[in-house]
Write a protein that binds this ligand. Structure first.
Ligand SMILES: [Zn+2]
Length: 237
């Protein structure tokens, strides 16, 4: 009888051990499951951060990784844009695709009567000798588009300005209304900043790159901040 009891006790002891083992096993499974769950959650969280980053306005640093699709506007805030793209075979077309980082402001410095945007567009189209080129010309009535924005042009007299800048010429023909030209140019710049996700800091002058006194009237009269202020105004519309 005594022996039987002992045996039973021993048996009970043996029976408890597997139960503990089972409990430990279950606890381990739960802990492992929780661990895996937490790892998955944190990886999802980091994935969300990346997605949020991708949705942020594109800065110059991230610009390299993003595809920019060139725009061909026909109207910017009520100002007509005529697409008179220069023939690919002319010297004015580099044919080199690039990333857009800047909008570079110029003035034609041509005060002669009739030196309008249309006149400059014609000059660029017929020009076969010079590689000087830019993307848009603006006057008091309209805007001409000469070269696709994602193609390098030769207007800034310096590598970075040419490589990354959209060149915009403002007409200063004596019969023209420069105030209207000034306003039309700010509308175009606002449109381009929006199109290419650029900040106001992307607005540069020819002078910024090569030191040339261009855009002469704007710089002489200290109107660059006024220009940018107007651009910001249109950006909000
Ligand atoms: Zn210039």
């Amino acid at each position: 009888m005594e022996k039987k009891k002992k045996k039973k006790k021993y048996y009970r002891k043996r029976k408890i051990k597997p139960k503990i083992r089972l409990c430990i096993f279950i606890i381990l499974i739960i802990l492992t499951f929780n661990f895996i769950n937490n790892v998955l959650k944190s990886s999802n969280a980091s994935r969300n951060i990346v997605t949020e980053k991708e949705n942020l306005p594109v800065t110059n640093d991230t610009k390299e990784n993003n595809q920019q699709i060139a725009v061909f506007p026909s109207d910017v805030y009520g100002v007509q844009v005529k697409n008179e793209i220069i023939d690919k075979e002319t010297k004015a077309r580099s044919g080199e695709k690039r990333i857009i980082k800047y909008i570079v402001i110029h003035e034609t410095d041509n005060f002669e009567k009739g030196t309008t945007a249309a006149n400059h567009a014609m000059f660029l189209k017929e020009n076969n000798t010079s590689s000087t080129s830019w993307h848009y010309t603006v006057d008091d009535k309209e805007i001409y588009h000469h070269i696709p924005d994602d193609e390098k042009a030769n207007h800034a007299g310096e590598h970075n300005g040419n490589e990354y800048g959209i060149g915009i010429e403002l007409c200063v023909n004596k019969e023209g209304n420069f105030e209207k030209t000034f306003d039309n140019a700010t509308k175009l710049v606002a449109y381009l900043l929006k199109s290419y996700d650029l900040e106001i800091e992307a607005v540069k002058t020819h002078h910024d790159f090569s030191g040339k006194d261009c855009p002469h009237k704007i710089l002489k009269n200290n109107r660059l901040e006024e220009f940018k202020k107007k651009v910001k105004y249109y950006l909000k519309l």
